[in-house]
Design a binder for this molecule. Structure first.
Ligand code: SF4
Length: 1022
């Protein structure tokens, strides 16, 4: 600010300029946890005059250490999005029309209780309760259990259940929330099928550390974007062939005898004896002693002993005779027999994978070189579970990471197991420099508990949580007549190990009344335009479809969302949620925690700002409904509420004695970690600590956790596991073999005749590879290209569809094609095409690129929008030039009822999609374009102007800051307002009254200006 009074030393007034170089941006700062994607970074939210001004990363937070991505900082614009719902809604028009009337919460809750109460009193399974990328699943799942419906699941069934189940049944952990590369020591990172979102900031930080140390980073992915774009080597193989590539690496390592036999013998089931009795009920099971302990052959004693006997010299090849005369082989023998077969040779698999045999051989050699010739040792003594003291920790510095790119295929479960097999052969599981378990993993194998859901009764809760981990056919959720217990057919012979349920089948099954009709579909955060596995057009049609008598085939739909997403229009009753900045929440060890290899951690969200609309946090609404329904656990004997709200639940709920949603500051005085009585001051302690808690294990507990006595004892003390016994890694999976035996006619629970060959083929106890199902359908030649999607780096969910900052980057999407492939088809750069699959066609615009497998086309997901949804105008670029690949995907194969899903877990196989691409004529617009949806009552048109935290000029010269509730860009004409279309940095204070407001220069496309109404918003191409 200039001081024009100056001093008069030479006869002239000399202005003295005093510039405030560090203006206060806020009067209040609160910590909480980001929810702009699923990484759960810690953030500091700066507020001024009760409005959000700025979000930054929390430098103290264990997940992101202060780093904030573009999505995270754009949380402001999600919070102030014009697409936010403002009040409960009751449908007045036809489903899908968007015609609603606003109602009061009391009416909304009473109506929900009327529907839900009638279901609970008669047939609780007629409630299907499914949530999307819900970070409160330990709570929502418990609510479903207390209600008594087996029909609960979240989004994992279409996201990455193959990763989770494959890992948990193999190594007692998996990637992302379950494990991390040892960023400080690894010398070689091999990453499979990861774009930028699984996970985000932590991997960026880790890759930076690898690069600073000169470690090699190899990314295996059909598309060279995101992490692949910064890898030292990109391997652009064909989608769905990762498993074959990995098993070829296994072949090479075995053939070269470059494997860690000591690791295999000590820490895996390589030496466990497998009974060879073809046709027998025990064929392929482990030989066990009288106490059910697996046996191994001890060379010194020439006898089969308990495989955990300390000091034994296990035999790992050859066939032996058991004392009872049965024949048996060690697991490693079977493994070597399988993978040394020439069908896994690089020369044989190269063409299928779309990469050269020389590349496969070189990668195998590099892995072996780093693991064995560049092994590391940490000067850290430790003691294993058999009592042996080790003076050093030996490390194999090869780390791996994988996510949905390998998971969303019909062969994903086995591909995931194959990657873990490769890790084990290299001795690269939780050793220094390799992949490390993140607390609370490792967990015992097979994982528990088993799924509950049988015997759902009126007015009764389930005996356990609806989702779990089967140990064999006896744990399937089948009724006595063989019919499915669950509406999504999870834990049936269609998807026996469906650990996350099958959210992607719910709408189709409920519509078909298969296996039974339901009454109410209750969804939360489950917008189908975000769920990239479902055919969104079909889902919409089924939600709106009626019986001949005029009643809807799905009688009631209740939907909770913070925004006017596509799914809102299909609900009968809409419960408006808050944004993540307006509520309490917890990221719990009971759910998907934020632990690290150094120890457990969890975190909370606190309300940093009060809602300015008539909305309620969904978790609070669930508690309110539970009390009104008098669900056990939510009410006392006299019917009064146990919890005053979700914050009270977080602090006081105990799932088991001493174990609750949060592990930090437990005990009445807050001095206990992990286990302890509820602490009424717990949330305050979290808030004082930046909204997170973390615990560090001692250095001797940090590696070899599956067999580390100090770690296992500490983990048990903290309530993370129940036993200190060694967790033996499972090269060979006996639970999988049990399903195969059932298909061979053994045991009381057997698949129907028509499914036996299917189960026998895909339930192999050792990892296998087979072509994705869609590639094996008739007329395959008509669909020569693979088609996949990725999350954009700057977007995660459909939530970002009405985020004024993020829409500038991805206002519409293109179909990316390899330049050579496109040219061969006569398709020009920027040309318009039809993408045609067995299930439909979509018209879109092409962009050429180099970094993509030539047989693969791809696009960003969740960009295309129905006209009018998200409070976007009819001419918004998302609906004119954006598209969803969902429109040509199907949850079922060939139009029938056979699941397009992994045969083991039921994971939706949306990355199996095959298409052909043809030139398109006509207007430069995407097709199909569903009819525009009406804006619900109460949702006012979004302003066409974009402004945030700016000063406006009113008639007469008065200025005022633009109210945040009026912020955003909606492409709706908004004539008559007096705000200037002004852009300013949110960190910048409004100019003082004596300085004109800073106006964006013409053509400014800086961070606060959205795409033009013509939709020219896309500025970044891969
Ligand atoms: S990575 Fe995800 S959680 Fe972290 S700041 Fe970005 S959007 Fe938020």
């Amino acid at each position: 600010m200039a001081d024009t009074t100056g001093s008069r030393t030479t006869g002239f007034a000399r202005p003295v300029e005093r510039i405030d170089t560090s203006p206060a941006i806020a009067d209040t700062t609160k910590t909480t946890t980001c929810y702009m994607c699923a990484c759960r970074c810690g953030i500091r939210v700066h507020l001024k005059d009760g409005r959000i001004r700025y979000i930054e990363g929390n430098p103290d937070h264990p997940v992101n250490k202060g780093v904030l991505c573009g999505k995270g900082s754009a949380g402001i614009m999600n919070h102030y999005s014009p697409a936010r719902l403002t009040k409960p809604l009751l449908r007045t028009g036809e489903r899908g029309s968007g015609d609603f009337r606003e109602i009061e919460w009391e009416e909304a809750l009473s109506l929900a209780v009327e529907w839900l109460g009638a279901i609970r009193a008669t047939e609780p399974r007629k409630l299907a309760f499914f949530t999307g990328r819900d970070q409160s699943q330990s709570f929502t799942g418990w609510w479903a259990k207390q209600f008594g419906t087996p029909n609960f699941a979240a989004h994992g069934g279409f996201c990455s259940v193959n990763m989770a189940a494959g890992g948990l049944y193999t190594v007692g952990g998996s990637f992302w929330e379950f494990g991390d590369p040892d960023w400080e020591h690894t010398k070689y990172l091999l990453m499979f099928g990861v774009a930028e979102d699984h996970d985000s900031n932590p991997i960026k930080l880790g890759i930076a550390r690898l690069k600073a140390r000169g470690a090699k980073f190899v990314s295996v992915n059909p598309v060279k974007t995101g992490y692949s774009a910064v890898a030292d080597e990109w391997i652009g193989l064909r989608p769905g062939t990762d498993g074959l590539f990995v098993l070829s690496l296994v072949h090479e390592l075995l053939a070269a005898d470059r494997i860690d036999l000591d690791f295999l013998a000590r820490y895996t089931n390589a030496a466990w004896l497998v009974i060879r009795n073809p046709g027998g009920a025990d064929d392929g099971l482990f030989a066990r002693d009288a106490d059910d302990r697996p046996l191994a052959w001890d060379r010194a004693a020439s006898a089969a002993l308990d495989a955990a006997t300390p000091g034994m010299q296990p035999q790992i090849v050859g066939e032996i005779a058991l004392p009872d005369g049965r024949r048996a082989c060690p697991v490693f023998h079977l493994l070597a027999e399988r993978y040394l077969d020439g069908r896994f040779s690089p020369d044989v698999v190269a063409a299928t994978c779309g990469i050269s045999a020389a590349t496969i051989r070189r990668i195998a050699a590099e892995l072996a070189d780093v693991a064995f010739d560049q092994a590391i040792e940490l000067d850290q003594p430790w003691t294993d579970t058999s009592g042996r003291r080790w003076e050093k920790m030996l490390g194999r510095p090869v780390a791996m990471h994988a996510m949905r790119g390998i998971s969303a295929h019909t062969n994903g479960f086995h591909t995931c197991r194959a990657i873990h097999l490769l890790q084990m052969l290299l001795g690269a599981v939780d050793t220094p420099g390799s992949w490390r378990y993140k607390s609370p993993y490792p967990r015992p194998i097979p994982p528990g508990p088993q799924p509950a859901g049988k015997g759902s009764k009126p007015n009764a809760m389930l005996p356990g949580m609806a989702l779990g981990n089967p140990r064999g056919p006896e744990d399937l959720l089948l009724n006595d007549d063989g019919s499915p217990v669950r509406i999504d057919k999870a834990y049936t012979w269609d998807a026996p190990m469906a650990a996350h349920g099958l959210m992607h089948t719910v709408i189709a099954n409920a519509h078909a009344g298969d296996p039974y009709p339901i009454d109410t579909l209750f969804m939360y955060m489950a917008n189908m335009a975000w769920n990239s596995s479902m055919n969104s057009g079909e889902a919409a049609r089924k939600l709106a479809d009626k019986h001949p008598d005029g009643g809807y085939r799905i009688p009631h739909v209740i939907y909770a969302d913070a925004f006017f997403s596509e799914t809102v229009a299909y609900a009968d009753l809409v419960l408006p949620d808050t944004t993540y900045l307006e509520r309490w929440d917890c990221i719990s060890l009971l759910d998907r925690p934020i632990g690290s290899p150094e120890g457990p951690a969890d975190s909370i969200r606190q309300p940093v700002i009060a809602p300015d609309r008539d909305v309620r946090p969904f978790q609070e609404v669930l508690i309110d409904l539970a009390v009104r329904l008098k669900l056990p656990g939510f009410v006392t004997d006299d019917g009064s509420a146990v919890y005053r709200g979700y914050a009270d639940y977080i602090a006081n709920h105990e799932r088991r004695p001493g174990i609750g949603p949060l592990a930090g500051w437990r005990g009445a005085d807050g001095t206990e970690a992990g286990v302890g009585a509820p602490n009424p001051g717990q949330l305050q302690r979290y808030v004082e600590n930046g909204c997170f808690w973390q615990y560090h294990h001692e250095p001797e507990a940090l590696y070899y956790k599956h067999a580390n006595a100090a770690y296992l004892a500490d983990a048990k003390r903290l309530g993370l596991i129940d036993s200190t016994a060694q967790i033996v890694l499972q090269l060979y999976s006996e639970p999988v073999q049990k399903f195969r035996l059932a298909a061979e006619g053994h045991g009381p629970n057997q698949p129907p005749a028509g499914q036996r060959d299917h189960v026998r083929k895909y339930f192999d106890p050792l990892p296998i590879w087979y072509p994705p199902f869609e590639q094996s359908l008739p007329e395959q030649a008509a669909y020569p290209l693979h088609a996949v999607t990725q999350r954009p780096m700057a977007m995660y969910h459909a939530w970002h569809s009405q985020n004024a900052w993020l829409r500038q980057i991805y206002g519409h999407n293109r179909l990316y094609m390899h330049r050579g492939t496109a040219a061969a088809l006569g398709i020009e750069d920027d040309g318009w095409v039809w993408v045609i699959s067995r299930h439909g066609r979509v018209k879109c615009q092409v962009k050429w690129m180099e970094g993509v497998n030539p047989d693969t086309v791809w696009t960003w997901n969740a960009i295309g929008k129905r006209r009018g949804a998200w409070n976007l105008s009819d001419d918004a670029p998302e609906s004119r030039r954006g598209f969803l690949l969902n429109q040509v995907i199907s949850e079922f194969l060939d139009g029938g009822r056979q699941l397009n899903a992994d045969p083991v877990t039921g994971q939706a196989a949306w990355y199996d999609l095959r298409v052909r691409v043809e030139k398109a004529d006509g207007p430069a617009e995407t097709l199909p374009r569903p009819a525009a949806v009406h804006r619900p009552a109460g949702l006012r048109a979004a302003s066409r102007k974009l402004a945030y935290a700016v000063t406006s000029m009113r008639a007469g010269g008065a200025r005022e800051e633009t109210p945040p509730s009026r912020v955003g860009l909606g492409h709706e004409a908004d004539q008559g307002r007096d705000e200037e279309a002004v852009c300013s940095n949110p960190a910048e204070t409004p100019p003082p009254p004596d300085r004109p407001a800073k106006t964006a220069p013409p053509g400014n496309v800086g961070p606060l200006r959205g795409p033009s109404p013509q939709g020219e918003g896309e500025k970044v191409l891969p």
